[in-house]
Design a protein around this ligand. Structure first.
Ligand code: ATP
Ligand code: MG
Length: 403
């Protein structure tokens, strides 16, 4: 049995007044956009709730889309039945049998909006509950802490019946907290950082540094694939491909000792900040996790971070690698990230990179590179910007080409 409607619930945003309204509107906008490939879908607002009326559109495909809508707390597939006891009972049983996880206990909650329906809600609780119990041997009633709640709403024209609760992505609606530049390598961490930033309401533009021809075209493709995965949550994302070869080789010609990584990373941050200014973003996002590698000690991050004045958002800073991997698997970036690639920063690695660089020393080395600022500007000018769009839906639709 296919659901006919979907009921939507907002996340537990602890927001009041105007902000709450703004956020709810933003979530709804995203949902409307995600439903564009399904012209048969309609929306229905009743009793303070928003429903999707499927009109024959495929529930499974739409549920997959809804799971990626940031700021949506949860949703439930809804079955409709005519206002007749037998039909309601049969549909209720089917809704319970359709639960992904078979419940041990349940309770029925009936709401009678239509007062002309012959049984009141107390009677209906028993009539529907008893029918389901007879149909599902082993199932028990628990009104305090049931595994599943079966809801029956007796409306004017029909009954709505639902039980399954599907978790949404939660968080803040897309872009409601501003825009930031995601420094995206081909690794495991930065795509996860990008997802967490999106979920916190930041719109992102991705920035990737490559050292073509020393790093391959395949590595660039990998980055495009990672961004495409993030578009499942964000819609179209701008990707800035920064040619870093000239900056890197010139720095390496002048200096190749243990502060090299620090100086290269400061150059990357400064270029990203320039791109942020150009594109109206107000923070940088990185995938750093404290202690993971030499450049991710507090000492290093301090010296690297001081190269820019925009805030640096590091969503993974206190996370363990295995937590990060778990999220990467959930958002389907892990399989892409573990494919082989060449990182621009591993090109000219010094034998022992410093874990505790000295800011003054670093700054004095940089001052001697009087061409550095001009090289950074040149890299910004040579940056190629492309739009990455979500993969096409696996559905024949006149709208599919827009996605
Ligand atoms: P990741 O798994 O994201 O590659 P990492 O553990 O390999 O991270 P580093 O190589 O030290 O760590 O990079 C730290 C952060 O710097 C990355 O998470 C990313 O935000 C940024 N970064 C590194 N390399 C690049 C690159 N080529 N282009 C853009 N950003 C980069
Ligand atoms: Mg890396």
């Amino acid at each position: 049995m296919e659901p006919d409607w979907i009921v939507l619930r907002h996340g537990e945003l602890t927001l009041k007044g105007r902000n709450r309204h703004r956020f709810e509107k933003a979530v709804f906008e995203q949902i409307k956009k995600a439903m564009r490939p399904f012209p048969e879908v309609r929306f229905n607002r009743e009793f303070g709730r928003v429903y999707i009326v499927l009109g024959g559109a495929p529930y499974a495909l739409i549920a997959e889309k809804l799971k990626n809508i940031l700021g949506l707390g949860s949703f439930s597939p809804v079955y409709t039945a005519p206002l007749e006891l037998e039909a309601i009972q049969a549909t209720a049983l089917q809704a319970m049998q359709a639960l992904v996880e078979a419940p041990g206990t349940f309770k029925v909650t009936v709401r009678r909006v239509n007062k002309s329906f012959p049984h009141d809600s107390q009677q209906m609780n028993k009539l529907v509950g008893g029918f389901v119990l007879r149909g599902m041997p082993g199932l028990k009633v628990d009104v305090q802490q049931p595994d599943a709640e079966l809801r029956v709403e007796l409306r004017e024209e029909h009954a709505l019946i639902y039980s399954e609760v599907v978790e949404g992505a939660g968080g803040f609606p897309l872009g409601t907290n501003g825009k930031a530049m995601l420094m995206l390598s081909g690794g495991i961490d930065s795509p996860v950082a990008g997802f967490l930033a999106l979920r916190q309401g930041l719109q992102i533009e991705a920035v990737h540094f490559h050292s073509f021809p020393y790093t391959s075209e395949r590595s660039q493709q990998k980055v495009r694939d990672l961004v495409r995965q993030l578009t499942e949550y964000a819609g179209d994302i701008k990707l800035h491909m920064v040619p870093f070869t000239n900056v890197q080789t010139r720095i390496h010609e002048t200096y190749r000792d243990n502060l090299l990584i620090t100086i290269l990373r400061r150059a990357m941050f400064r270029i990203t900040e320039k791109l942020a200014d150009l594109h109206g973003a107000s923070a940088l996002i990185t995938g750093e996790s404290l202690g993971q590698v030499a450049s991710q000690t507090l000492g290093s991050m301090n010296v690297i971070g001081r190269s820019v004045s925009l805030p640096i958002v590091q969503p993974l800073i206190c996370m363990e690698k295995k937590e990060i991997i778990k999220i990467a698997e959930k958002i389907n970036t892990f399989e892409i990230s573990i494919l082989p690639h060449e990182d621009c920063c591993t090109l000219f690695l010094p034998p022992t990179p410093s874990t505790n660089p000295n800011l003054r020393v670093v700054e004095s080395i940089e001052r001697r590179m009087d061409w550095l600022e001009e090289e950074l500007e040149a890299a910004v000018r040579a940056t190629e910007t492309i739009w990455i769009q979500p993969a096409a839906l696996d559905k024949e639709s006149p709208f599919a080409s827009f996605f």
